[in-house]
Design a protein around this ligand. Structure first.
Ligand code: HMG
Ligand code: MG
Length: 301
């Protein structure tokens, strides 16, 4: 198969599962990760080294890391994990993580709710992570949440996103993923966002992370792609969202992105049939409907 021209970061095991209320067995999470790797995904966000009081579903982070497939089984697969502070980074390192992600927000209100500190404080907390990661030879990705709107403060200026993106790259992040946390953005907003952020940082260092709450996920990816972005985050079957939190839904479905991107002539290295089967399997495990339109269409064939 052709070398991938677009890099897909599968965030299902982390973003897709973190809000799930029912307890999910570690073995199920590991089976999901194996099936995703078998479908050809090379970047699979495995878990989060966050506080189990805040996000109970990720409390088995060390067990997940211990059970990851070997490099012999799936060569060249990265398993990044979230680390909000040095404590999380040290635990991730001890568990064998070779890539981590720090996460900031473009909105003060969201920063407080999500990580209990101001945006400036969060950036200051990342400094020692970046330093320790450099010593340990660990790659650090940066996330920015609420890039197209905030559930608490509403509008978010693209300039605010651009400033944080530049800071994260200057600190040593290899890439910055722009998160439409509540999936409220439209392609017009994406165009403005990438235009403004692109004045400060090269598009080659950006990733798009679109939640699909308002059904704009695929359209937003297509627009970001048109603007030169070639890395996208997604979750198999569109996993994510909390059945009890009104309005929260999952990431754009990986199956839908693969269909879109292959249609645009890009290669992703992903076997869509195998991925769709993985999506059907995890939805059955969780007892939820499949959020991927392409996944459902393939099944109906
Ligand atoms: P805090 O309460 O302000 O932290 O939480 P603290 O330093 O005061 O510590 C309080 C307790 O947490 C202490 O334990 C610490 O040891 C413990 P206690 O003494 O009470 O028993 N603690 C930790 N435990 C495990 N791992 C750690 C850790 N740090 C402290 N790393 C904190 C601050 C950041 C820890 C907390 O707010 C937190 O864990 N937040 C995580 C929130 C989260 O995971 N959100 C979802 C991921 S982000 C996302 O989904 C967006 C994204 O997808 C992009 C997008 O869509 O926009 C990435
Ligand atoms: Mg997210």
């Amino acid at each position: 198969p052709a070398a991938p021209t677009v890099r897909l970061v599968e965030v299902g095991p982390r973003d897709g599962l973190q809000n799930e209320r029912q307890a999910i067995a570690t073995a199920t999470k590991l089976a999901l990760i194996r099936r995703l790797a078998a479908a050809g995904l090379k970047d699979i966000e495995a878990t989060a080294f966050v506080s189990p009081k805040w996000v109970p579903q990720m409390a088995d982070h060390a067990e997940v890391m211990a059970g990851l497939p070997s490099a012999a089984e799936f060569p060249g697969v990265n398993y990044p994990v979230l680390t909000p502070n040095l404590k999380g980074f040290e635990a991730a390192l001890a568990a064998g993580a070779r890539e981590v992600a720090v996460f900031a927000a473009a909105s003060e209100a969201f920063s407080q709710k999500n990580i209990n500190c101001t945006v400036a404080e969060s950036i200051a907390r990342f400094e020692p992570i970046l330093a320790a990661a450099q010593t340990a030879g660990v790659r650090v990705r940066g996330y920015i949440s609420c890039v197209l709107g905030c559930p608490y403060q509403g509008e978010v200026a693209p300039e605010a996103v651009a400033t944080i993106a530049r800071e994260l790259l200057q600190m040593g992040c290899f890439e910055v993923s722009l998160g439409d946390t509540i999936g409220i953005g439209t392609p017009a907003g994406v165009q403005r966002l990438i235009g403004t952020v692109g004045e400060q940082v090269p598009a080659a260092r950006l990733a798009g992370h679109f939640h699909d709450t308002w059904g704009m996920g695929v359209a937003n990816v297509a627009e970001a792609w048109r603007q030169g972005v070639r890395v996208f985050d997604s979750s198999v079957a569109g996993l994510g969202g909390c059945p009890y939190a009104k309005g929260a839904t999952g990431n754009v479905a990986t199956e839908d992105l693969v269909w879109l991107l292959h249609g645009l002539g890009e290669s992703t290295g992903v076997d869509l049939e195998a991925l769709a089967a993985c999506g059907e399997w995890i939805c059955a495990e969780l007892g939820r409907p499949n959020g991927s339109r392409a996944g459902r269409a393939l099944r109906a064939r």
